[in-house]
Design a protein around this ligand. Structure first.
Ligand code: NDP
Length: 330
């Protein structure tokens, strides 16, 4: 099996040299285990947090050990009757070509008529995150004006569409013209955060939605949060999903100077981790799966080819090189 490991904990933006491709002989297959040839690997922003060596809500990556992450593949050898050779599965032994694991760590792919990698994106963890954050944390109501940062990413691009389907004005913040154009094509008002300070971004957001927002779906932090706080309506809810603008910071960024807006607008700001909501995954799939299969929901992918490129794909997340879900195809 060829796998990537981390040789040291990154400081700031991870250097490419910290990712080493290694090879190891796999043990003989034990009873109850399967061997999987991975076909798709997911790279996700949360992996940056696991690289610091500190436990947050999830264990840190161990230096020298194979990195982990969501992956999809085909069972190629099996000593588990429920997962015969040829079964398509999802599991957490990504960042490698061949995975070997107990059947209890595998999930068969749900049966919607969609390409298999969809279960790493819009019908996987990122999609579930968008759905849970909007419905269960922000408690979005129909007619709400909704603001989403990181709007052209895996999570954000579903969040804006779900909001659009029952919302008032939906505004998405993203970082390139191609992303803004894509968001506009989905019926979402799109605003760039690039080269804008909080004041300028506030003005652009209020230009797109003068009434302000009932819901802010937060993926980014930094200047986006500071501007969003200025645009809250009374009783607004902020779902704090991610704060990617700070993931490579070496020192904590100064907090938003206008956090008092949460108080002034009697808003609610709540953090969440999608795994705590996973018991609702079947409900999410039942609702969103058919819409994806029918083509009613856009879900772009940015695909990078080859196991060797996995660290590059991961690092490109922090440059905004992906539209929709960032994936590695083996
Ligand atoms: P994305 O597909 O959105 O990829 C990351 C995007 O973030 C980039 O494309 C880029 O878009 C944007 N970005 C990167 N750096 C910056 C920066 N410094 N400032 C502003 N934008 C930046 O990733 P996901 O959809 O997988 O994740 C989105 C967010 O949701 C992340 O913060 C992630 O940590 C969080 N998350 C949280 C979960 C939870 O359980 N709470 C679960 C899953 C994800 P652009 O070109 O627009 O800058």
């Amino acid at each position: 099996s060829r796998f990537f490991t981390l040789t040291d904990h990154p400081q700031g933006t991870p250097a490419r040299e910290l990712f080493a491709l290694r090879e190891a002989e796999l043990d003989e297959l034990a009873d109850g285990e399967v061997r999987v040839r991975n076909t798709w690997l997911s790279v996700d922003p949360y992996m940056r947090g696991r690289m610091t060596g500190v436990t947050t809500y999830i264990e840190p990556f161990e230096l020298g050990a194979p990195l982990e992450g969501a992956a999809i593949g085909d069972v190629i050898e099996s000593r588990a009757p429920d997962f015969p050779v040829g079964t398509k599965v999802r599991h957490m032994q990504g960042w490698r070509d061949i995975a070997q694991l107990p059947a209890s760590h595998l999930e068969p792919l749900p049966g919607h008529d969609v390409p298999e990698q969809t279960y790493l994106g819009v019908l996987g963890m990122p999609g579930m995150t968008a759905w849970a954050g909007l419905n269960r944390i922000a408690e979005m109501q129909s007619g709400d004006n909704v603001l989403v940062s990181g709007a052209a990413g895996a999570v954000g691009s579903l969040a804006v569409q779900l909001a659009k389907a029952r919302g008032g004005t939906v505004v998405g913040i993203a970082g390139s013209q191609a992303k803004l154009d894509w968001l506009e094509s989905l019926g979402v008002k799109a605003v760039s955060y690039k080269d804008r300070d909080a004041g300028e971004l506030t003005a652009a957001l209020l230009d797109a939605c003068p009434e302000g927002f009932d819901v802010y779906y937060e993926n980014v932090g930094g200047v986006c949060l500071e501007a969003a706080l200025n645009t809250l309506r009374v009783g607004a809810r902020i779902a704090v999903c991610g704060l990617i603008a700070g993931y490579n910071d070496t020192a904590p960024a100064p907090g938003p100077s206008n956090l008092a807006m949460v108080l002034i607008r009697r808003a609610r700001m709540e953090g969440f981790i999608v795994f705590d909501h996973w018991s609702h995954y079947p409900t999410f799939l039942e609702e969103i799966g058919p819409q994806v299969a029918r083509g009613d929901l856009e879900h772009d992918e940015t695909v990078i080819d080859g196991l060797e490129q996995t660290p590059d794909a991961f690092l490109k997340l922090f440059e905004g090189a992906n539209r929709g879900k960032m994936l590695v195809r083996l």
